[in-house]
Design a protein around this ligand. Sequence first.
Ligand SMILES: [Ca+2]
Length: 357
Amino acid sequence: MRSHVRDSATTKLFALFAIVAMFSVVSCSKKSDSSQSSGQKGKTSSASIETKNLKVAQKPMVTDKKMQSGQEVGDHAISGVPLFPIPKGMSVVHKGKFWMGCKPEIDGKCEESDKPGREVYLDMFFIDRTEVTVAQYKSCVDSGSCSAKGLDVPSWDGKEQKDWAWACNWAKPGREQHPMNCISWSQANTYCKWLDKRLPTEAEWEKAARGTDARKYAWGNTEYADLAKSGKKVANIADEAAHRRDPKWTVAKGYDDGFAATSPVASFPDGRSPCGAFDMTGNVLEWVADWYDADYYKKGPASNPKGPEKGDMHVARGGAWYGEPSTTRISLRWPNPIRRLVAVGFRCAATPPKVTQ
Ligand SMILES: [Ca+2]
């Protein structure tokens, strides 16, 4: 990796990371996770929930006792009873307010673009529990609906980064369950639409990653130095594994997640977010739907913000496998032009159907 770090494009990439190293935050609620499996296992009788096409029940119906109890679905339950079966592979984030952006009390490294932090209201939405994998994206390519153009070589402002091709997961044997990377915003957007889903808004991404307690990382506020002492692994970031590959790499000292590059999705169950989403911190940064505006938090609406109407850069969120700790704060925002990078992937979100009771 050392040689790669030395090349100009990489240095540029790294420099950008260091400079931009300050984005922002999100939230779901309390516990979660098994919500996913319980949602999948839940018998929905006449309800039809499929990943390919987001088919959902026309009326509320819940027959799974675990879902009814709310114990396994965490905040996915409203008064103990969720309104919808949870689509396969997704978690639900219920409507309500959360703290978006800088929270100085828990994060002293906020960027100007994270400020001001404020309460934001969001309607309920679904979010993929994992980053979209190579295998999943391949299904779309095989169907003829998605493009595989350029996926095996990253691109920085139109220039191929051949020295980094090794880190692109597309068509690499053994990486089928790794996140798609080296993918453009447009390709990611097309994939989500293929499933009748969509990219999450920046606010949705942050709420799904952070819950409602304004935490600094998906798992809470425990710093990497303390995780290193306990040996607990919660996310794939630039760590001792990356340092072994390149001694000059800036990494979380003492923290060892075991992966020098990307890891299979959902490799760190202890790092799940409050709604049960994996890898919201680390592995790959994730495209969101919004255009980027550094001042958007100062003027954006407090209810269901969707970003500026126009822009020349979209936003990626969540830190990545080669990012040092300060780049993995949930609230950090990374403006990203039309690029396909080894550190950027995505996951999809979906809007629940309207239900009348
Ligand atoms: Ca991620």
